[in-house]
Ligand binder design. Structure first.
Ligand code: BGC
Length: 813
């Protein structure tokens, strides 16, 4: 294997990934903000900001699919006696004497040096703040006095990111700004139905500004050579319509060795309806002034930054492992948990692969995401569960997606994805086990957000599983509906029209026999959890009812879902097998292997072991396990989108990382630690980082949704980074099944599944009001806990009963 070029490295001590070459194979991005105000930022400072919802409340503009890519962002231009450059290299692309981008926990620091001047910018969104802080530090490292001309730059988006890109006949006339001192306000549409505006401020006196894009850039120029910057002269333009921007102009003189800070603030404000204006046409700036005052000095900014770091210290202190393997420890202790927070916040809405326009919060996606996040801030997971359940229909079906701003189901996408309801149990159970808070089950939650329709959350769980039971097909297996987890297995779609979306086209459901083995496995896993929950809350009859449904489902899978060496994937509309040795292509699929082995269906009959072996034999390759094998080579009308992808990509035999952990958990439950680990390490970013930076292309510090599979033109190439259920599943898998620390109703269950080579390791786990220092001695065993000693006393079984305070636990395998 040839040595691949490296673009950066991990700095574990600072919890940062350090990028040392701006020309990464793709933009390598980070996320700022934790709750309401968010920004995406690339290693060259590209990206954009929004409030809560990347579609409806987009604050700054970004151009997807552009050339060059990653165009638009927060740019600082430095004109040093005619030498013009940016600290993040782009957009001028003037070669720098030094460049570095450090992506950390909710912050990014970009530093550039040129001709003896250093410009370092720290970007972050302070806690509980609707603003992005950009602290720019300019330092004169030369021996002569430097007089610099500094220009800032942000481009406003006209709020709705979709119409911003479409409705130009209107947009070019609506833009409005106000300028007050060093603050540029963006108030497009504020005169009518909006009660929000944005601003861009700097805590210094400015010598000029620009707010009209064409005046600043020049009609025939680009971001890389704006007229005003090239000439070193702002135009003091006042935008009326067209494309409003915000640019400050500051003249800075620096003595040798001198350094100056500038705090730029991109803020967002909402006003009450009756307090919108301070004079006719003049926006009420009171709240903006207050926000600016919070960050008008370096000291205040540094304090806010320290608070952000302390916040992350606390979050990352909840689960900490020490194995001695840096590559594992850094993913578990830092990056995997960090990515889980990001996927919890964004679902699949806004990344450099998700436009922020098409997809809001997914019903199934968000339930899975919260399992990766629930240990960090259980109260936010609780609220999320209620929000998600509120979009459910009375029959247990649900909207596939909802908008974060309105929390309403998305009508364009609709429902009918028959796996969706089960995930509500998956999410809720994880929340109760972590928090011990059973009261969530009594919470009154509406259907489809309709006032008056409220029932308890427990009732929602019940109708969720009933939805599966009430929608069984001819083999008594779950009907698939529009699709199950695999959005692209569209068995009732039948589309020949390229203008139709596979996801939203009206399905033929009359007479369908399309059934899913993936939902069958998912049902067994989640319904078993439901039965345990029913026992806990003394709903024994309900538990028994569900147990019967589980038993029936298991029988149906054994009878109609087993192909001899692996589990079938589905039956099509006409009742023909999918994912069978009898098929020409796609004889085996990963999803049903994962879920039916997790459900341990037919374990006694050897089905689980055979299925896991088949995954190794047919699905595994150098970069992970592919989704199906062999890949489809032609479009199959009866299967839909899955067969529309070229071989080896996405749902057609790509390594869809999200589902690899399902098989890994299956391996763990079967006690096959060596196999579990080898599958896991193949898709663990830190291992990929070491070997494949150029091939893989996307950010090496997080998982991506898909890596091109063995049938692809370029196997190993990653795509769709950041927003993927892989994050939560990798976390769930490693924290609970491999390292084996599993929250349960009454305490923590300890049951690791490790490779034989594993050596002693420790886990520090905060759990409710308790702190556990756990040391595990694997003794070369893959599975099986021999003894647990709690605070010096041996206990029975594998569950450490919960009690507050500090505890020491010794585990011998
Ligand atoms: C979607 C998931 C889906 C997966 C597989 C992802 O892009 O967000 O909901 O399960 O693709 O199709």
């Amino acid at each position: 294997m040839e040595q691949q070029k490296r673009y950066g490295h991990f700095d574990d001590e600072h919890r940062e990934y350090v990028i040392t070459d701006p020309k990464t194979p793709w933009p390598w991005i980070n996320y700022l903000g934790n709750e309401d105000f968010f920004s995406l930022i690339s290693n060259t400072a590209g990206g954009y900001s929004f409030y809560k919802d990347a579609k409806f409340r987009r604050i700054t503009r970004y151009r997807y699919n552009n050339v060059p890519m990653d165009n638009g962002g927060r740019y600082f231009y430095i004109n040093d006696g005619g030498a013009i450059w940016n600290p993040g290299w782009k957009p001028c692309k003037t070669p720098l004497d030094f460049y570095e981008c450090r992506h950390g926990m909710s912050y990014t620091r970009i530093t550039g040096r040129k001709n003896g001047v250093e410009a370092s910018v720290l970007f972050f969104v302070p806690l509980k703040t609707w603003a992005e802080v950009q602290k720019l530090t300019l330092t004169n490292q030369s021996n002569e006095t430097k007089t610099l001309k500094l220009f800032s730059f942000e481009e406003w988006c006209l709020w709705n990111a979709a119409t911003d890109m479409e409705n130009f006949q209107r947009n070019f006339s609506t833009g409005e700004v106000e300028i007050e001192g060093a603050t540029i306000y963006h108030k497009t549409e504020y005169r009518e139905r909006r009660n929000h505006y944005a601003f861009y401020h700097v805590n210094a006196e400015i010598q000029g500004f620009d707010t009209d894009r064409e005046t600043f850039v020049g009609l025939y120029n680009e971001f890389s050579n704006p007229d005003a910057v090239m000439e070193g002269k702002p135009r003091n333009s006042h935008a009326h319509g067209w494309s409003p921007i915000a640019s400050h102009y500051i003249e800075v003189t620096l003595q040798p060795g001198e350094s100056k800070d500038f705090v730029f603030l991109l803020g967002y404000i909402e006003n009450e309806q009756d307090k919108k204006f301070s004079a006719p046409q003049v926006i009420n700036k009171e709240k903006a002034h207050a926000l600016i005052a919070r960050f008008d000095t370096t000291e205040k900014v540094d304090k806010a930054f320290a608070e952000l770091n302390a916040y992350w210290d606390a979050l990352l202190n909840i689960y900490k492992v020490r194995t001695g393997n840096d590559k594992l420890d850094r993913m578990v202790n830092i990056w995997n948990q960090y990515q889980c927070m990001v996927t919890f916040n964004f679902s699949r809405s806004a990344s450099f692969f998700e436009s922020g326009i098409g997809r809001g919060m997914g019903f199934r996606d968000s339930n899975q995401d919260l399992v990766g996040f629930v240990h960090q801030i259980p109260s936010r997971a609780r609220q999320r569960i209620i929000d998600i359940a509120s979009t459910q229909f009375p029959d247990g079906g649900c909207y596939h997606q909802y908008q974060p701003l309105t929390k309403r189901g998305n009508n364009d996408i609709g429902g009918g994805f028959n796996d969706d309801p089960c995930w509500l149990i998956f999410g809720t159970v994880a929340y109760i086990k972590e928090s011990g808070d059973f009261s969530i089950l009594d919470e009154m939650v509406p259907f489809d957000n309709q006032p008056g329709s409220e029932v308890t959350l427990f009732e929602h769980l019940k109708v969720s599983l009933n939805h599966v039971i009430n929608n069984l097909g001819p083999h008594m297996l779950p009907l698939i509906g529009r699709a199950d987890w695999n959005d692209c297995l569209n068995l009732n779609c039948f589309s020949w029209d390229p203008n139709e979306s596979f996801q939203t086209t009206e399905n033929v459901s009359e007479g369908t026999k399309a059934e899913s083995l993936m939902i069958a496995g998912l049902f067994v896993v989640t319904a078993k959890e439901y039965v345990k929950l029913c026992d806990k809350i003394a709903k024994h009859e309900e538990g028994e009812r569900m147990q019967k449904a589980i038993d029936a489902m298991i029988e149906a899978v054994k009878k109609h879902g087993w192909d001899g060496e692996w589990y079938l994937r589905a039956y099509d509309f006409y009742g023909r097998k999918i994912g069978s040795n009898e098929c020409d292509e796609a004889k085996i699929f990963i999803e049903s292997q994962g879920w039916c082995t997790m459900a341990e269906i037919g374990a006694d009959e050897g089905m689980v072991a055979k299925s896991l072996d088949s995954c190794k034999k047919y699905l595994e390759c150098e970069h992970g396990m592919v989704l199906n094998n062999p890949a489809f080579t032609k479009y199959i009308y009866e299967y839909g989108e899955i067969s529309s992808y070229p071989e080896g990509y996405k749902e057609n035999a790509g390594i869809f990382c999200h589902n690899n952990p399902w098989v890994i958990i299956g391996e763990c439950l079967a006690g096959r630690g060596n196999d579990a680990w080898s599958h896991y390490a193949k898709i663990l970013p830190s291992y990929v980082e070491e070997k494949y930076q150029t091939l893989h292309k996307v950010e090496p510090y997080v998982n991506c949704q898909m890596v091109a599979g063995k049938d692809a033109f370029r196997p190993g190439e990653g795509k769709n980074s950041w927003l993927t259920g892989t994050a939560a599943w990798m976390w769930y898998t490693v924290s609970e099944f491999i390292l084996g620390i599993k929250p349960d109703y009454d305490g923590i269950c300890i049951d690791p599944c490790l490779p034989e080579t594993a050596t002693d390791y420790t886990v520090q786990r905060k759990f409710r009001d308790a702190d556990y220092d756990i040391t595990i001695h694997p003794n070369g065993q893959q599975k099986g806990v021999k003894q647990i000693v709690l605070d010096g006393t041996p206990i029975e079984g594998t569950v450490i009963p919960y009690s507050s305070g500090h505890h020491t636990v010794e585990v011998t395998m």
